[in-house]
Design a binder for this molecule. Structure first.
Ligand code: TMP
Length: 220
């Protein structure tokens, strides 16, 4: 008589990503957007319903906040204002899009999350981890995703990939972006729900590495 173990044996291990909130984060130019797209296509081929979103942005309100954050006209913006605006866009994204998708058992693939505010504002921008994490705990429905994968790349390689019209954040200089990279790696070392993937090589090579990390997560 087929019991629960029979059901479990026919369930693809990728099904373990149902209702999971997965973030891909890392320095500018690391290739997150392309990798997220490839991962989404791969998971769809495995019959796993998934949704790709980006932070900041992903909602009508969030996209307006994103414009303010990235506009080169807003050079005088303080790091505290930055942290608050990133958090505001994120709060809207979670409530309006992410939470309902997770409730419907979709796997949500998100480009950046709190790890970025930690690396860019708390560490590189010197706002401090306490300020950023307390803000997140107080203002967000959810601070930490189920899994955060850091796509790592030397900051000079990433910035060279960004090209000729960098936005306000990309324009912050080499030393800032070096600190951002180090902060991502340090955060990943302190958290069991983080993984690091080497972003060097071809898009296909990086995709294979990301798939291996995801397979390790679903089979753990
Ligand atoms: P994107 O280019 O990955 O869409 O991200 C927009 C820029 O905003 C990028 O330079 C990283 C920066 N950023 C922060 O400084 N803090 C944050 O919390 C987030 C989500 C992004």
């Amino acid at each position: 008589m087929p019991g629960p173990s029979y059901d479990a044996s026919i369930m693809s291990s990728w099904d373990k990503l149902k209702g999971k909130f997965i973030v891909l984060d890392g320095p500018d130019g690391a290739g997150k957007s392309s990798q997220l797209q490839l991962l989404s296509e791969f998971l769809s081929e495995q019959q796993l319903e998934n949704l790709m979103v980006r932070d900041p942005g992903g909602t009508r309100i969030g996209e307006q906040i994103r414009k303010i954050l990235l506009s080169k006209d807003n050079g005088e913006m303080s790091v505290r204002t930055e942290a608050l605006l990133y958090m505001a866009s994120r709060a809207q994204l979670y409530g309006e899009v992410i939470a309902p998708a997770l409730e419907r058992q979709k796997c949500v693939l998100c480009d950046r999350w709190i790890s970025s505010t930690y690396a860019y504002q708390a560490v590189a921008g010197s706002a401090g981890a306490q300020m950023v994490l307390q803000l997140a705990e107080a203002g967000l429905e959810r601070t930490w995703p189920d899994l955060t994968v850091i796509l790592d790349l030397p900051s000079e390689v990433g910035l060279a990939r960004v090209g000729h019209s960098p936005d306000r954040m990309e324009n912050k200089g080499k030393a800032f972006h070096q600190k951002v990279r180090e902060a991502f790696l340090e955060l990943a070392q302190t958290r069991a729900d983080f993984r690091v993937v080497d972003g060097a090589g071809t898009i296909e090579q990086v995709h294979q590495r990301l798939r291996e990390v995801m397979a390790g997560y679903v089979n753990s």
